[in-house]
Design a protein around this ligand. Sequence first.
Ligand code: ADP
Length: 640
Amino acid sequence: MAASLVFKLHDRGPEVVREVLLERGWEEYDEGQQEEEDWNLYWRGSTFCNSEYLKLLPWQRLNHHPKTAGITRKDFLARNLRRMRASLGSALYDFSPTAFILPNDYTRFLAEYNKLRPTRGSPVYWICKPVDLSRGRGIFIFEDIRDLVYDCSVIVQRYISNPLLISGYKFDLRIYVCVKSFHPLTVYIHQEGLVRFATEKYNLSSLHNLYSHLTNTSINKSGPYYKTKKERVGQGCKWTMSKFRHFLYSQDIDELQLWQRINNIVTLTLLTIAPTVPSCPNCVELFGFDILIDGKFKPWLLEVNYSPALTLDCQADITVKKGLISDLIDLMNYSSTDSLRERAYHKQRYKQPCCHADKPAHVSVPVLSKRKESKFRKKTSKVYTSQTQALPLLKNSHQSEKINQRRAFVTDYHRHLPLVDLNKIYAARGKVSNTTGTKNHTNKTLNLILGPDIRRNVSSVTRQTCPAPPPWLTTNRSLHISEVTNRDVSETELELSEETDVSSLVPDIPHSGLGFRRSAVSWKLPNIYSGSHRPVSFPLEGATAANGQGFPPLRVGDFIRTFPFNTATLKASQHKLDVKTVIQELQKLTAEMASGQSDKTKRRREEKEVKKDTEAEEDFDSLFWGPRDPPLLSQCFNTT
Ligand code: ADP
């Protein structure tokens, strides 16, 4: 039976997501008509509740991973990058302007300010930004410390005062990055980003003029020159990345190194949180990386947006964002089975554990049927004990209509999903069904995934899962639950306007290594090319397709895989992320790019050596993100 995939949008937005999904034949979730779990994608601008991750069913996806605030809040990002600089060297992590979190770092800032204060020569500028605001709100630039006034937590960052200009206008790049999985780390960057311009010419003698110094659309949209046709830039304040590439080409600028540096920035930034983000295979994350290029062509990371704005303000937005969302949906690997939702998954006894990714593969529990069954039993006993008795209690006809719909659903449900006795299943597997044990285990698992405080929030979640603890739960020496100190307040709803760029409000994540242990098994978001679970629509062709070996595909639409980028990084990310190896590989690649003298054959030989140690028989190629028609990475080096 043909069925549509169903999407659920929080707070009615963003419109472009609705538009794209409807065009692709999806249906919008209707609370009145559909059951609670009868959806495939839940999209939110703000964070999901912990319980939403825990309730996630095999056919469902969320557009956020838990606990990514470590890079999406300005102060957490600054702190995490500082930590990486301290442990891995400032040369590697030199891509973000020096930053201080005030009021805490005030003394350190003062010392730096005094050190850099010019006695003569060029002045030094600073930019002050509230840590949890976005869209340019509350930002100001100053040279003299007496102008630094703040009444909330802020970061003060070295102002990049020599930005690359196009016809005198400042701009930055909005790069869309999709982390398809944190375990193993799998990253795609979209070919089409946005270039966002300031709408008045850059001028250091007017620091208060935000239209000259900030590139936020929400600021510039209301500027006096937004609609004016500006020299070279044109009307409005945005270009597509394609147009920018064309511009670079017309200026005879060698872009390769620039793109490679931006790739590195993305990877190195994600490495700061990747080891501590819980495994959640049915989630993807779309980040917006803001990159400023200076006059010497050095790219700087300004910030990472948690929920990049998806409003369509101009033609550039339409071109970029519609394609972006469509490609993102392709990356989510929906299959025709997903569209059948509970019916298909139940019939197939499909037991994907979603967030409980480390559960042993042999364990198969009909999670849904039992849970739904008890839910419906409760409902039926409450509402239908006596039809004549229940209905008069209803407040209005809408409610009674709802009840009738539910009744029809229950009948239908019973037809499709027979009762499952969990005790029998446990007995058949030689395990004792012990409610307390299951509950304890569930709590432990929740702690691992979301931190110990989760118990407060999910006490009502009674998933009947996990009959046996995974081996690492009983043996893992590094697992001290108290280490997981996240104070997760993601239950707090942040209501957002449609065009919000959100810095996530989830509080800090611990900086030290955690006891999360994942395996390659946790990579459970159905593989695009695996067996019968083929995607509904997947416009890949020829060389761009996956190699059929379970490697992530090179590209999905305009998303180019940037991590893992070779066999060594693939291997380093399969189990516990080996950050050191990843860094070494990045450095190697960068050095080869920089010298431009690498011998292709030598590289191939080295790759083959690594391959000998792996089970991978296939070539593991990567495309070079940046150019419009990206070549293979291995083709980017001169052969001398
Ligand atoms: P928001 O989340 O409010 O957009 P950003 O950090 O992105 O905050 O800063 C807003 C804008 O300010 C950027 O798009 C950029 O134009 C400018 N900006 C921010 N930080 C710097 C900096 N260190 N140097 C130069 N310009 C900056």
